[in-house]
Design a protein. Structure first.
Length: 236
């Protein structure tokens, strides 16, 4: 087992961990030997071995601190909680709601985890997006929140070094419930696949390896980085 996939004896918190990318990452860390707590809204469709689920909302300032009150250590936090409201985000209230979950929720989570991560010389990983770098005409709030994630990660990486490393993954077009309508035959998915050099939609499991790497000792000299996992979409 390499340094990038050996998490035996380590404790990991995943937000947005009851579905989609977050659930896949929680399961991936558990398979690597970590003791994983996955927090999110609603219940998970599956219950992977090694994952403990907790109900929680990252827009509640008390959510993550309450969870952490029962932790004696924390080695990594992965922030996956996110929402998107296509075509509705020009409404100022909805725009603010999207930022509250995606960007401020990530800030709340990471700052709540900072003390424990500092003690363990741990790692924090946020979820950016290809829309951190290109415009999203149907989703100005989502794109703004993901652009903010890049700036937040770089800022915290500098502020919290050398004890805590802070990085992000930037998923491309991933087959989850959030992209279901785009993947309908004859929809926007055709143009997406035409631009994606690897020629397919990503799967949530495609994010597992990159997240494990960024939280592992193999990435001990990596901080402030944003790793695209997009099938080459941004390069096209």
């Amino acid at each position: 087992m390499s340094a990038a996939d050996d998490f035996a004896g380590r404790r990991v918190l995943v937000t947005g961990g009851t579905s989609g990318i977050g659930l896949a990452l929680a399961a991936g860390f558990a398979r690597a030997g970590a003791d994983v707590t996955a927090v999110g809204l609603g219940s998970a469709a599956v219950s992977p071995d090694g994952v403990t689920f907790a109900e929680g909302d990252v827009t509640d300032p008390a959510c993550v601190p309450a969870l952490l009150s029962g932790f004696d250590r924390l080695d990594a936090v992965v922030c996956c909680a996110g929402i998107i409201r296509r075509d509705d985000e020009y409404d100022a209230d909805i725009f603010a709601q999207v930022l509250d979950v995606n960007l401020t929720g990530t800030m709340r989570t990471m700052t709540a985890c900072h003390t424990l991560l500092r003690e363990s010389h741990g790692s924090a990983v946020a979820t950016a997006s290809m829309l951190s770098y290109v415009g999203g005409p149907r989703v100005p709030g989502y794109a703004a929140s993901k652009g903010g994630i890049v700036a937040l990660v770089k800022s915290l990486a500098v502020a919290w070094a050398p004890q805590v490393r802070v990085n992000a993954i930037a998923p491309g077009w991933i087959a989850t419930a959030l992209t279901a309508t785009l993947r309908e035959p004859g929809g926007a998915g055709d143009a997406i696949l035409a631009r994606t050099p690897l020629g397919r939609w990503g799967a949530p499991e495609d994010l597992v390896g990159p997240a494990l790497f960024l939280c592992s000792d193999a990435a001990r000299f990596v901080t402030g980085a944003v790793l695209p996992v997009d099938g080459g979409y941004l390069a096209a």
